[in-house]
Design a protein around this ligand. Structure first.
Ligand SMILES: *Cc1c(COP(=O)(O)O)cnc(C)c1O
Length: 405
C-alpha cells in the first residue's frame, strides 16, 4: 500500500487534510478511496499469522479481522484525527456507540461522571438507565455554570462530559475552563463536537482530552448512514480500540467510505449551513410573532462572545420561541411545506421539530421549564437550500398563526 503522507500534509490547512489525509492506495493505484468489504484477511505464512495475532508485527496494514481493523475504516479515522488535530481516532457504529465505548474504556464501578444537563437524550439514558446499573454515579450540572462543575467533583470523578453548543438552545460551554476543572480533578474532559464539527471547533486545542462525534450528522451531512467516532491521544485511543475489538460496536467499511467522502466537503458545507442559519436567525428575530431566537451567532445570545473565541463560525442549528404554546408551534410546523419534519439534524435538507413534544418529551414539564424548553420553542437545523426558500417556508408558518387570530 502507498500513502499520501509526509510533512506537507501535517502542515496543510484543514480543507486540504479533509481531502487528502488518511489515504492508503492498494496496488491497483485507485485515485478514490476503496471500500474494503472483507471480514477477515489472509496471512502470508503461519509465522506471519502468529506475528499478527500477537500484535507485534506492528506495521500498518497488519489486519486480522474487521472487528479489529479495516483499511477503509482506518482511512476515515485518520482523516478525522487530522482534522481534529489529534494523534488518533477510533470509528464506531453510531454516535451512541462512541459514547458507550469511552465510558466502557475509562470507567469502573464506583467511578463518578459529571455531565451537562442538556445533553442528547440517549446520552442521558445511557448514564441514567444503564451505567447506574454498574455502580457508576453521575451528577448533572448546568452547562455554563463552571462553579457547579467544580463543586460536583468527587475523589472518584473520572470523566467530565458535555456538548457544546447545546441542543436546542445553542448554549456555549467554556471548554478551556472545563478542561482546567478536569485537570485539577485528575479527570478527562470529553466534548461531543457533533454540532460544530472540526470545521468550526477543535475542542482538543482548548483543553479537552477526547472528542465524540455522531458522524451520522454533519460528517456525512446528507442523512445516509449512521456512525460515530472518538478522537484523542494515541494512548487513550488504544484503550477505546481494545474495547471496540473485544465488544464489537465498530463502523462498517461502507459507512466509513460515505464519511470519508463527506469529510471532503465538510468545511464548504459548514460554511454554507452557518451562513444560512445566521441569515435565518436575524430574520426570525425581526418577526413580530417571535419572542426569542437562540443562535450563538446573534450578538444578543449569552454565548456569543465565547463562541467567537472558540468557534470559527456558529453552525446550522437554531431554535426560536413563538408567542404561544404547543398549539401555535404545531400549527406553525404543520403549515410549512419545504422543511422536513424530522428530529434529525446535520443534513443538506432543512429539518424542523417541536422539542417539547419530541426530543424532550420524556421530561416532566417542570424539568422542561428548568432546561429552558418552552412549549412554544421550535428547532430548525438549517440545510443547504436557498435561504429565501427556507424563509418563505417559515412565512407559511407565520401566516397560519395570524390567520387564526
Ligand atoms: C445524534 C447525536 C448523538 C447520537 O448519535 P447517533 O449517531 O444517533 O448514535 C450524540 N450526540 C449528539 C449531540 C447528537 O446529536
Amino acid at each position: 500500500m502507498t500513502q499520501d503522507r509526509g510533512q506537507w500534509l501535517d502542515d496543510a490547512h484543514p480543507e486540504t487534510k479533509a481531502v487528502r489525509a488518511g489515504i492508503s492506495r492498494s496496488a491497483e493505484g485507485e485515485h478514490s478511496e476503496p471500500i474494503y468489504t472483507t471480514s477477515s484477511y489472509i496471512f502470508e505464512s503461519a509465522e506471519d499469522a502468529a506475528a499478527r495475532f500477537s500484535g507485534d508485527s506492528g506495521a500498518k496494514g497488519s489486519n486480522v479481522y474487521s472487528r479489529y481493523t479495516n483499511p477503509t475504516v482506518r482511512s476515515f479515522a485518520e482523516r478525522l484525527a487530522a482534522l481534529e488535530g489529534a494523534e488518533a481516532a477510533e470509528a464506531t457504529a453510531s454516535g451512541m456507540a462512541a459514547i458507550m465505548s469511552v465510558c466502557m474504556a475509562f470507567l469502573r464501578a464506583g467511578d463518578h461522571v459529571i455531565c451537562s444537563r442538556d445533553v442528547f437524550g440517549s446520552t442521558l439514558g445511557l448514564f441514567e438507565k444503564y451505567f447506574v446499573k454498574f455502580g457508576i454515579d453521575v451528577t448533572f450540572v448546568p452547562l455554563r455554570d463552571i462553579s457547579a462543575w467544580r463543586q460536583a467533583i468527587k475523589p472518584t470523578t473520572r470523566l467530565l462530559y458535555c456538548e457544546t453548543p447545546s441542543n436546542p438552545l445553542c448554549e456555549v460551554a467554556d471548554i478551556a475552563s472545563l478542561g482546567s476543572v478536569a485537570r485539577d480533578a485528575g479527570a478527562r474532559l470529553v466534548v461531543d463536537n457533533c454540532f460544530c464539527t472540526p470545521a468550526l471547533q477543535r475542542p482538543l486545542e482548548h483543553g479537552a482530552d477526547m472528542v465524540i462525534h455522531s458522524a451520522t450528522k454533519y460528517l456525512d451531512g446528507q442523512g445516509r448512514v449512521l456512525g460515530g467516532a472518538v478522537v484523542g491521544t494515541e494512548a487513550d485511543m488504544s484503550e477505546v480500540n481494545a474495547f471496540l475489538r473485544t465488544c464489537g460496536p465498530t463502523m462498517s467499511p461502507f459507512n466509513a467510505w460515505v464519511f470519508l467522502k463527506g469529510l471532503e466537503t465538510l468545511s464548504l458545507r459548514m460554511r454554507a449551513h452557518s451562513e444560512n442559519a445566521q441569515t435565518l436567525a436575524q430574520w426570525l428575530q425581526a418577526q413580530p410573532q417571535v419572542r426569542k431566537v437562540n443562535y450563538s451567532g446573534l450578538p444578543s445570545h449569552p454565548g456569543h462572545e465565547l463562541a467567537c473565541r472558540q468557534q470559527s463560525n456558529f453552525g446550522g442549528v437554531l431554535s426560536f420561541e413563538l408567542d404561544g404554546g404547543t398549539a401555535e408551534a404545531w400549527q406553525f410546523i404543520n403549515a410549512t411545506e419545504l422543511m422536513s419534519l424530522t428530529a434529525n439534524l446535520g443534513d443538506a435538507k432543512t429539518t424542523i421539530v417541536h422539542p417539547a413534544t419530541t426530543t424532550h418529551g420524556r421530561l416532566s414539564s417542570e424539568q422542561r421549564i428548568d432546561a429552558g424548553i418552552s412549549d412554544g420553542l421550535i428547532r430548525i437545523a438549517v440545510g443547504l437550500e436557498h435561504i429565501e426558500d427556507i424563509q418563505r417556508d417559515c412565512e407559511r408558518g407565520f401566516r397560519s398563526l395570524t390567520s387564526t387570530v
